[in-house]
Design a protein around this ligand. Structure first.
Ligand SMILES: [Zn+2]
Length: 456
């Protein structure tokens, strides 16, 4: 066996000894000693580190079966790049392993009982001011029987820890709120929004003695600048980290685009390569995804003594380059536009009606359970109590999606009356009718509460 370059299996990167190959096979069939586990782990880590695949030598011929190293948090495993027997999409350059090779079949991984519900989000951690740092350098192999890796893990909507850090910051900085126009909010600006995020970061902690604010930056140039305050402080923090943590710095970067492996910050021309896949919310709406507010964590390499290295990243789509209001798709960006129009038009028509537009980043607890509406309008007429109205973006048209939305619907209604908008509603031909209907709906609900209030 040998390690070859990912995507270019004719190019050899490293060799794998007979002993190492034996360790890999034994681990795969779950008959390895702990010594062999350590050897297998080292090989898989090495393959991952040099961006390689593992080529199996169980068959002859020009094309050999391939295995891709996978890393999920602290756990490494291998994924077969061979089609299953009888797969109609079999490729000539992706042969399966020999019948008697342990890698011939996938392990019978039972998919983890995963809540694939859309809008799955935790409730915010109010009780802690701490931010998760990176765990110590990975030191374990996946146990295929007890701890099956979920191949969808990086693709589904389950938030990464890093995403949660970003949402906490945005929530705390009020970036997910568009204030009523009566408060005369100043024009949104990237500069002041980033400052609000830094301010929020100053209240959060990474270690007992170090604040998030000191170990983070919003300036992409700091990534390559060893003498930046960000890198100097991160170096200085060395003695203050617990053994189960990796020295971790955080970058919050406004970025025009991302790829699976790199971030393209708006302020610099050099992209920042990320060690693992850049994650973002899953929506079947890949067009017009960016711009993004990206959070990345960084360390000083496996030996904690090298150059700064971006390890993980999460890209949150945002409204535009001035307003970092979070959205999850191009469709939600269009709806944000519509809600801003609604806010402006009703400010003119009903100046005493204050409308706040809120994008909940965390689940809201209702008597019927947790839910996370796409948007919540808080309307306050004069000095009456607020009325909450839920706007739901029905962005996808799959049964699973509708079922998930339907399950959440009674919970949404606990928050307030709900208005559903489908992509067809905002087509040019329908947009005006939608806008007028939405105005009527908001006014009717705001007024109904007012009448009830007046009548006692
Ligand atoms: Zn094989």
């Amino acid at each position: 066996m040998r390690i070859v370059l990912r995507g270019r299996p004719d190019y050899q990167v490293d060799v794998i000894s007979t002993e190492e190959a034996e360790a890999l096979r034994s681990w795969y069939v779950h008959s390895s000693s702990s010594e062999q586990d350590a050897i297998a782990l080292a090989v898989i880590r090495q393959a991952k580190l040099c961006d390689g695949w593992i080529e199996c030598d169980c068959i002859g011929g020009a094309h050999k079966p391939l295995l891709a190293p996978q890393q999920q948090e602290r756990t490494f495993t291998l994924r077969r790049l061979s089609p299953a027997d009888g797969d109609p999409h079999t490729r000539i350059d992706r042969p399966n392993h020999a019948d008697d090779c342990p890698f011939h079949v996938d392990r019978a991984f039972d998919p983890a009982a995963h809540d694939r519900a859309f809008n799955l989000r935790p409730v915010p951690h109010r009780e802690t001011a701490y931010v998760d740092a990176l765990p110590a350098i990975p030191t374990q192999l996946a146990d295929p029987d007890r701890n099956p890796p979920d191949p969808d893990h990086e693709r589904n909507d389950r938030p990464s820890r890093l995403a949660i850090v970003l949402w906490r910051l945005m929530d705390s900085a009020g970036i997910n709120i568009l204030k009523p126009l009566q408060e005369g909010p100043s024009q949104y600006q990237l500069k002041s929004q980033l400052a609000a995020l830094r301010h929020a970061g100053a209240r959060m902690r990474v270690t007992r003695t170090w604040r998030f604010g000191a170990l983070s930056t919003t300036w992409p140039g700091d990534y390559g600048d060893k003498n930046s305050r960000f890198q100097r402080l991160l170096r200085k923090s060395r003695p203050d980290w617990a053994p189960n943590q990796r020295r971790t710095g955080f970058m919050i970067l406004f970025s025009t685009s991302v790829t699976q492996k790199a971030i393209h910050p708006a302020a610099t021309s050099a992209p920042i390569e990320v060690l693992s896949r850049v994650r973002q919310p899953l929506r079947r709406d890949p067009r017009h995804r960016g711009p993004y507010l990206v959070i990345a964590n960084a360390d000083f390499g496996d030996d904690d003594d090298g150059d700064l290295r971006a390890v993980q990243a999460y890209a949150q789509p945002v409204f535009n380059g001035e307003t970092l209001f979070p959205v999850e798709s191009g469709f939600e960006r269009d709806l944000t536009n519509l809600l801003i129009w609604l806010q402006t038009s009703l400010f003119d028509a009903a100046p005493r009606l204050r409308i706040t537009i809120r994008k909940p980043l965390f689940a809201i607890a209702t008597p019927k359970g947790l839910c996370r509406p796409d948007f919540v309008l808080e309307t306050v007429f004069a000095n009456h109590p607020p009325v909450h109205l839920v706007i739901e973006a029905m962005g996808m048209d799959t049964e699973q999606y509708r079922a998930a939305k339907a399950r959440k619907s009674p919970r949404m209604k606990e928050i307030g009356p709900t208005y559903e908008i489908h992509p067809a509603d905002i087509r040019p031909a329908n947009a005006q009718a939608l806008g007028e209907d939405l105005q009527r709906w908001v006014l009717a609900h705001a007024a109904r509460r007012r009448l009830r209030f007046v009548n006692g």
